[in-house]
Design a binder for this molecule. Structure first.
Ligand SMILES: C[S@@+](CC[C@H](N)C(=O)[O-])C[C@H]1O[C@@H](n2cnc3c(N)ncnc32)[C@H](O)[C@@H]1O
Length: 434
């Protein structure tokens, strides 16, 4: 209701500005064609003599009200009307439409085309519930960690799946541990991270969970080196399908996927599902970016449409990449300039297209579900300037729906929290079929 109300208000405010001028012109031309302008003007002034104070007052009220509305809705209105170089003007949408997915959104194919149970309505309802929870987070400024979009995604998925155990790899100061805890207050967490989050408490806010087993500091173990059979036994987990594994450790995701599959886990989330040409590790998104998949594959020809569009979009979105950054020697566009990066880009291996293609075929053979979290809201609302919407799915709250954005409580958040979206992905996996 509120959403429709706001849209209707927006439409009617446009109707009342544009047609008013046209309407006056029409009336003038129809009724007073042959009367000289000076006569018409003096007649008009005589006629409205006593109306002057009323008209002036009405004018001032209208001016004051519209200024207040524009000021109140500043973020949306100002960017469209005042900045001649704004993204909105440039790409030709006025806050009601957008260019999400314009440059293709590669989407990994699952074995049987299965998809998630939740709908966009579930996401909307959950957003409203999550905002007040997010406002109580202990680490307000989580630079280098998750922002709002992915915190919401992790919380939503964990709460939907209701696992018996949650494993996270890469905790940093503990924000993601806190998010998991909000989703499942009683469930055990296992956290693998080289530096114990308690170490960060010395300098500022951090989160250490009481119901969490930490493989950290001197006890740190890499996910791939853990004896999961024995750890599961210790935690009395008999059904690995009831465990959620969350990776935010910037490792090659193909490597992590194989390790998770080998251990028998089924539900996996990757926080940083980087787009082709970006990021410090080989991601699912990159692996599935293939010519045979809708929205996949790239052209390295300097005069291609893709090259031209990308060059323009770089002016507007920090994470948009031009064709030069996308393509390496020999027109290698896959991964990052033909490389599969790993471990925060401390290692980077050139791979052939054949290898890259085979990787995607392997991923397809083990995928039951691939689902990318959409951004929480469109950039005209959040004012994020990093990810390029042209490579993302449509947001949960679409551009132009300011009333909804506000009603969900999103307008009250600092805009910096919307700058970390990197296509977080939820996967369901199982062994390849014979
Ligand atoms: C981006 S941060 C994680 C942010 C955190 N999830 C949050 O929401 O704030 C990446 C973390 O991965 C840790 N890390 C590095 N190598 C790792 C490994 N092999 N296994 C697990 N964590 C690792 C880093 O020390 C760092 O704390």
């Amino acid at each position: 209701m509120e959403r429709e109300g706001v849209l209707e208000r927006m439409h009617s405010s446009r109707r009342s500005t544009v047609p008013t001028d046209d309407g006056d012109d029409d009336d003038e031309s129809k009724t007073k064609k042959n009367v000289p302008f000076s006569t018409r003007a003096s007649n008009f002034i005589t006629r409205i003599g006593i109306l002057w104070p009323c008209l002036t007052l009405t004018f001032l009220v209208v001016l004051f009200t519209s200024t207040a509305v524009i000021y109140h809705r500043g973020p949306v209105c100002v960017s469209t009307s005042l900045d001649p170089h704004s993204r909105v003007n440039y790409f030709g949408f006025d806050g009601l439409e957008s260019d999400f997915g314009f440059l293709g959104v590669p989407w990994c194919r699952s074995k049987h085309g299965k998809t998630v149970e939740w709908t966009s309505k579930d996401l909307l309802r959950a957003l409203e519930e999550f905002v007040p929870i997010y406002e109580t987070r202990p680490i307000k400024n989580n630079l280098y960690g998750m922002g709002f979009d992915h915190s919401f995604g992790l919380w939503f998925i964990a709460r939907w799946l209701k696992p018996d155990l949650m494993i996270e790899s890469g905790a940093f100061k503990g924000h993601s541990t806190w998010v998991l805890r909000q989703a499942m207050p009683e469930t055990r967490i296992i956290s693998l991270t080289p530096r114990h989050p308690e170490k960060y408490l010395i300098k500022g806010p951090a989160y250490v969970d009481e119901n969490c087993t930490y493989f950290a500091g001197k006890d740190f173990l890499d996910f791939g080196s853990v004896n999961w059979r024995s750890v599961m036994k210790k935690h009395e987990i008999t059904d690995l399908g009831r465990v959620l594994v969350f990776f935010d450790d910037h490792q090659n995701e193909l490597k992590r996927l194989k390790q998770a599959l080998k251990a028998g886990f089924k539900h996996v989330i990757f926080e940083d599902n980087y787009d082709t040409g970006t990021g410090d590790h080989y991601s699912l998104r990159q692996i599935c970016d293939q010519f045979y998949i809708r929205g996949g594959g790239h052209s390295c020809f300097v005069d291609s449409d893709e090259a031209r569009i990308r060059a323009r979009r770089k002016n507007f979105w920090d994470k948009a990449v031009g064709i030069n950054e996308l393509c390496g020697p020999g027109e290698a566009w896959w991964g990052v300039r033909g490389h599969a990066r790993d471990n925060f880009n401390h290692s980077s291996k050139a791979i052939s297209y054949k290898e890259h293609f085979e990787n995607s075929r392997f991923v397809e053979s083990i995928l039951d579900i691939y689902w990318e979290l959409p951004p929480a809201a469109g950039p005209s609302l959040t004012h994020q300037t990093r990810y390029d919407p042209a490579r993302a799915t449509s947001p949960i709250v679409e551009d132009g729906h300011y009333g909804l954005f506000q009603r969900l409580g999103l307008a009250g958040l600092d805009k910096s929290v919307f700058n970390g979206y990197t296509q977080m992905v939820y996967l369901q996996i199982s062994k390849p079929e014979p």
